[in-house]
Design a protein around this ligand. Sequence first.
Ligand SMILES: [Zn+2]
Length: 471
Amino acid sequence: MSNLISKNLLQEFEAGNLTDLGRQLHQFASELYPICRSITGDGMRQTLAQIQKRIPLETFEVPTGTQVFDWTVPKEWNIRDAYIKDAAGRRVVDFQKNNLHVMNYSVPVRAKMPLRDLKPHLHTLPDHADWIPYRTSYYQEQWGFCLSHRQMMAMPEGEYEVSIDSTLAPGHLTYAECFLPGKSSEEVLISSHACHPSLANDNLSGIVVATFLAELLSQVKRKYSYRFVFIPGTIGAITWLARNQKNTKRIRHGLVLTGIGDRGGFHYKKSRRGDAEIDLAMAHVLRHSGEPAEVLEFSPYGYDERQYCSPGFNLPVGCLMRSVWGTFPEYHTSADNLDFIDPLQLARSLRICARTFDVLENNQSLRNLNPYCEPQLGKRNLYRSTGGAKISDEIHARLWVLNLSDGEHSLLEIAERSGLAFESIREAAALLSESGLLAPAAKAKGEAAADSGSRKPKRSSQPKRKGITRR
Ligand SMILES: [Zn+2]
């Protein structure tokens, strides 16, 4: 039990210095916010380049037309400018002011037309007259503008000049990975979509928390290897899975991170398996966090867990969110902006992730070396010396660990069964191990799978950076 992430990674959080961390997370989100991202193109590349300034990143380019399972990598989309000008030549809708003004993946257009012909290409939200909707048309070649309803209502009849200076042509789909090798070749997959333009919660919150999590994990000794992927939603996850199908066997735990910056309570959506270790760990951490939280069963709609949990893969991948997609009015509108995400909530989301991986890193099964009746704790200084009326949680934790350490129960399962926090159970286990009462179970549950077989840790593909394994 030497690789205690918590002693390093969690200390900062537990010391309560979330304010500064939150500020840094929000600052990074604001740097990425103006970039016009899409499922392909230079916006994605610029975003990955920004992430790469913080963590080691390998970028992959997959050509247009590449077959990925039932899908095909689309043409690459890039945009430079777009506007609608009125008869006086004034830009009444201007891409330079907000990149949501152009329907993502709009084909180029340059034309003059009366308002009645333009209107079928205009998208608004009558119920939220000041917000701009976010619209895409990835798989149907068309063009459109998105604007506030108020803006549209203020447009008089007459001729308008429309221009979308975009290109839709053979190119590439771009994604990136940050790989942090650990002691085991078994991997943790953390996936964030990075294809939404100026939207803060749905997209940027996941990207910034994942980036900071990678930064933190790079500084501690790791049992697992970690693979962070920054990909376009749906087609990116499908592309990544198609190119890494064999490697998915190494994935031991996985998490999709998105929508974790708003002020709503946490929602953890379980993997399709429903009882994966990460499902138990996340539920446990949330329950003991004091944060408002709800655990949701798996459903085949949502973010990229849909692909990771498709029946052919059925990976142990869950999804951590705050407010659930589609349930808040700001979702997929210009109101999902930098004010909609809160620095402190971003930091708290990062803390939940760090605590969960701390549990997974330290979860193991042990064996009680003195299983015939209770060992005498008093003579080992492990029991209260003056018999009080109540025994403390500390003693409870020791008794639970001793009783259930039969090689069949992991520390997380013991924590769950005892109702005590993982941290207390782990501390008890550490103390009992030091006293010679516990030993690692020979083929402990969970551990057996983690390091089984003759697979060697695949570290050669990534140069080891100096200083990434400090304790
Ligand atoms: Zn979205």
